[in-house]
Design a protein around this ligand. Structure first.
Ligand code: GLN
Length: 312
């Protein structure tokens, strides 16, 4: 067994959950009206090991939008289709040091990395660009389904519509990249942005996201189905950039204190990968990055030697 005493690990997770439940710091994202209306008290933690053992505590069956956690999957899909050389002609791979939607590009007029909005919009432009939008969306939602052990994923239409209606910043990023000729030839900008908003509005629950994280932990193979969703190389590249860039302008601090590859989203979702061992999802809508999610990670590395540079 990968986690030898899974039962006592689960007890520990439940204890952490109880400790964190009283932490009500932070506030829900309010820049998209539909996100501002979610119940801020919701909280779930789910784990899935690479041999498929699972545990969930809290609001386990509530669904939430993946939001920026989609950026990891979109990057992987772009890599699978084009390989890293082509993808990184369009997207950098350095941390930006600024917030997720900052109006900034790197010195070559490219997005700093795939884990912030500009980079994720660019990844979307690289996913099946010749297909129609319906097929492209099916490709993304099928991929999430496979990552999550074959369970059907949802789509939050009102979040999508609300996001599209309040998207000036993302349009601004799109136009400034187009001005720099950053997109592949033939890119339809408006379609690309819509595809990006749709990818953010895919819905799953905490257990499904933990299974997806475990698929990343196992080099792209879903521990529940044995389905090889991504190539090992793709996963390696994605985890590297999640480690350096997955938490926006908190990425350096997170790498220092936690060290694990992770990706956060404004819905309060946090996907954490312990390579070779397990996937974790913490969902709690009150932000900085999800406050309880970060605290959970801090407590986890205090109790277990999962920090990658822990020599113990
Ligand atoms: N859909 C959000 C946006 O583009 C995603 C941002 C996020 O989760 N940080 O603004």
């Amino acid at each position: 067994l990968v986690v030898p005493d899974f039962a006592s690990f689960c007890t520990e997770i439940d204890q952490l959950y109880a400790e964190l439940l009283t932490d009500t710091r932070g506030a829900v994202a309010d820049y998209i009206p539909q996100l501002a209306r979610v119940d801020p008290d919701q909280f779930a933690i789910a784990v899935c090991t690479v041999d498929g053992q699972r545990h969930v505590v809290g609001d386990a069956s509530s669904k939430f939008c993946v939001q920026s956690v989609s950026k990891a999957v979109s990057y992987c899909l772009a890599l699978e289709e084009h390989g890293p050389d082509v993808v990184h002609q369009h997207i950098g791979r350095e941390p930006s040091g600024v917030s997720f939607n900052s109006l900034t590009l790197n010195k070559s007029g490219r997005p700093h990395n795939p884990m912030i909005n500009a980079g994720a919009i660019m990844s979307c432009s690289l996913i099946k660009p010749k297909d129609n939008l319906a097929d492209r969306f099916d490709h993304v939602s099928d991929t999430w389904k496979r990552l999550a052990g074959g369970r059907p994923v949802g789509f939050h239409n009102s979040v999508y519509l609300s996001e599209r209606d309040t998207a000036d910043r993302n349009f601004a990023l799109g136009y400034s990249m187009r001005e720099q000729h950053a997109f592949p030839a033939g890119t339809d900008l408006v379609q690309t942005l819509e595809f990006y908003f749709q990818s953010c509005s895919v819905e799953l629950d905490a257990e499904m996201m933990a299974i997806a994280a475990a698929t990343f932990a196992d080099g792209g193979i879903c521990p529940l189905t044995g389905d090889k969703v991504f190539n090992t190389q793709t996963v390696q590249h994605c985890l590297s950039l999640m480690s350096s860039c997955g938490m926006y302008d908190f990425s350096g601090e997170f790498a220092f204190t936690i060290g694990l590859p992770a990706k956060s989203g404004v819905s309060g979702a946090l996907m954490v990968v312990v390579p070779g061992l397990m996937g974790i999802c913490v969902w709690s809508p009150r932000l900085g990055n999800t406050v309880r999610g970060i605290e959970f990670c801090r407590k986890l590395v205090e109790r277990y030697n999962v920090h990658p540079h822990d020599a113990a």
